[in-house]
Design a binder for this molecule. Structure first.
Ligand code: SAM
Length: 333
């Protein structure tokens, strides 16, 4: 197996099937998945979206096994393919957050669509769907969601739920949001969690202590609680509709006049998703690296990166591209 590594090992691009590599990769904070779409888009892509669910399932199983509650998955695709894969992701515990739409504009189909024969509106979009790994808690051999675990732990204290407001020093947010059993539930912020934990362990039935512990020895700290959810830094002025014409100009890698890889993603979007969901030093996975757009984005953002590209020619182009970037890093911005 061929592999390219920077001197510091910060960036590693492998020429192999991603399935052979997951086991040796460290746990990711971000997974940028831009694999088969089911449109015969590149060598190895499926001809139709039928069967995409089965194709992805072993990969999803590995992502699930190796990810933690801080992991975000960005799943690129086209709508027809994504609908096939979404149920598998849900089944493996990935929670849908948002569907971001890359609107390529009318330019994408100009001169290319015959309204006399079309039976649907022309598609000019790709999507990049955000998923997070649901945190799960184990209690006496049973697996619980965060909501159920919070309620379970409070019940164990023997205190009424009404006391959670007093514990967190809020008017009613604890009973209305953080301990409710309905869809209005959301995760208590770390400061509130810290107060709830202190109160429960001070006033709860002594025999059940410690409360809000995952190891039975100490309650979760504020810092540990923060790590129970995926990172997200929402940028100002950006919505879930990303308007940009199809990739062309100097960013598009070409041999002569021909694009080297039809699915090369804009560096701008790849940087955006990585930056929104990780910190410097965090590990980014790109299991279907193509031309290694993620490697360049991760390097620019000072993240660590591992990527896999099964096709030796494409891998070679990705390495060449990365080396050019290293020599002239500002050209990619
Ligand atoms: C949609 S392209 C990725 C394009 C990439 N995002 C870019 O910007 O250049 C998908 C790539 O995944 C590769 N691929 C498909 N199956 C793979 C597998 N099992 N392991 C590694 N790479 C794979 C294909 O050869 C293809 O180049």
């Amino acid at each position: 197996m061929n592999v390219y590594r920077t001197d510091s090992n910060q960036i590693q691009i492998y020429n192999d099937d991603a399935m052979n590599l997951y086991e040796q990769w460290d746990s990711p904070i971000v997974i940028v998945c831009d694999g088969p779409y089911g449109v015969k888009g590149f060598k190895g892509d499926l001809y139709t979206p039928e069967g995409l669910d089965e194709w992805y399932e072993p990969h999803i199983a590995k992502w699930t096994e190796k990810s933690g509650p801080q992991t975000t998955l960005w799943f690129w695709g086209i709508e027809r393919g994504w609908v096939k894969v979404h149920p598998v992701l849900e089944r493996y515990g990935w929670e849908f957050r948002a569907c971001n739409v890359w609107d390529k504009g009318i330019e994408h189909i100009a001169g290319n669509s015959n309204t006399k024969s079309l039976r649907q509106l022309p598609v000019v979009t790709e999507i990049c769907v955000q998923y997070v790994k649901k945190p799960l808690f184990r209690v006496n051999g049973e697996t619980m969601s965060m909501k159920d675990w919070l309620r379970h732990e409070w019940k164990r204290t023997g205190l009424p739920f009404a006391k959670t407001n007093e514990a967190a020093e809020v008017e009613n947010a604890a009973t209305r949001k953080w301990f409710t059993d309905d869809w209005l539930w959301y995760m208590p912020p770390a400061e509130a969690f810290e107060k709830l934990v202190a109160y429960a362990n001070q006033h709860g039935a002594p025999q059940g202590r410690p409360y809000f512990s995952v190891d039975g020895t100490h309650p979760l700290t504020k810092q540990e609680w923060e790590k129970q959810r995926a990172k997200f830094y929402c940028p100002m002025g950006i919505t879930n509709v990303w308007r940009q014409s199809p990739l062309n100009g100097s960013e598009r890698l070409k041999k002569g006049t021909k694009a080297i890889h039809l699915n090369q993603k804009p560096l701008k979007f790849t940087r955006l998703v990585i930056e929104m969901s990780s910190d410097k030093g965090d590990l980014v996975w790109e299991p279907f690296a193509g031309l290694g757009t993620g490697a360049i984005a991760a390097h620019q953002l000072k993240r660590r990166y591992v990527g896999a590209e099964i096709n030796a020619d494409v891998f070679g182009e990705a390495v060449k591209r990365f080396q050019t970037h290293l020599a002239q890093p500002t050209l990619d911005l």
